[in-house]
Write a protein that binds this ligand. Sequence first.
Ligand SMILES: Nc1nc2c(ncn2[C@@H]2O[C@H](COP(=O)(O)OP(=O)(O)O)[C@@H](O)[C@H]2O)c(=O)[nH]1
Ligand SMILES: [Mg+2]
Length: 293
Amino acid sequence: MGFKSGFVSIIGRPNAGKSTLLNALLNEKVAATSPKPQTTRSRIMGIVTDSEAQIVFLDTPGIHKPKNKLGEYMESVTNQSTSEADVLLYMTDASEFDIRRESEILGGIASPVIFLLINKIDKVQKQDILPVISGMSSVREFAEIIPISARNREGLDELLICTKKYLPDGPKFFPDDTLTDQPERSICAELIREKALHVLDDEVPYGIAVVTEKMTFNEQKNLTSIDAVIYCEKESHKAIIIGKGGAMLKKIGTAARFDLQRFTGTKVFLRLWVKVSENWRNNRRHLSDFGFN
Ligand SMILES: Nc1nc2c(ncn2[C@@H]2O[C@H](COP(=O)(O)OP(=O)(O)O)[C@@H](O)[C@H]2O)c(=O)[nH]1
Ligand SMILES: [Mg+2]
């Protein structure tokens, strides 16, 4: 058997666990995850290389109706990743199964090889998985059906074995140790945004963007210094993000620093600023400043 390589897109409704799966496959957090829908905004590549194959996984924004230009961008990202894939992984959340909403999405997908990943099986009883399988199989045919728990890394070996069966023979596209195409600075920004999503309530998080402005490494001290700006849409949001006496911003910073230290493998000195950029989600120039283009 020759060496195999190819592209595998992870798609599905928001919150299914797509980004959690990507991180689990890589053993490294490259994609932000949160219980809030629309956490993932752009295409994030995660590369798994072993002696038999190189699989390039593409995490995508969840499929939903766009409400602004950022939403339209997210939709185009998903459509593009879907059309480029050798294998599509359609992920559904076994604990929140809604056949009507799933079939609305699945109906629009024309792909040769599509797997059904039934995620979050750690949250449901075994007998609750069967209706998901039969419901989804009535909508369309799947090449493979694999129950997994992305969070607990259950079913991932089977997923990799099955995926390889459907990949064409091909060369390595990336060096062995490449994990992602995301620049270090954007991963740092995403880790910070993830913490903000976790601690902030409802309305504010959807309107934030994080930009790493400066990142320097002091080898002697094994210390990475990071300056990042959290952009939000309104003065009132800025006040919420900073919090009383800076308490909220401190909470975000402390949580982020923990992940940033693990990611960089160094100590981290993190400085965060909060700025207002009104209505940036509908402003082409701001979208491109924040890396959505
Ligand atoms: N219990 C459980 N929770 C999960 C699992 N996979 C993801 N989650 C959670 O589901 C939420 C959404 O995950 P995320 O990866 O951001 O979903 P995405 O929008 O599809 O990328 C997060 O709170 C995850 O921790 C799983 O296998 N089991
Ligand atoms: Mg995601």
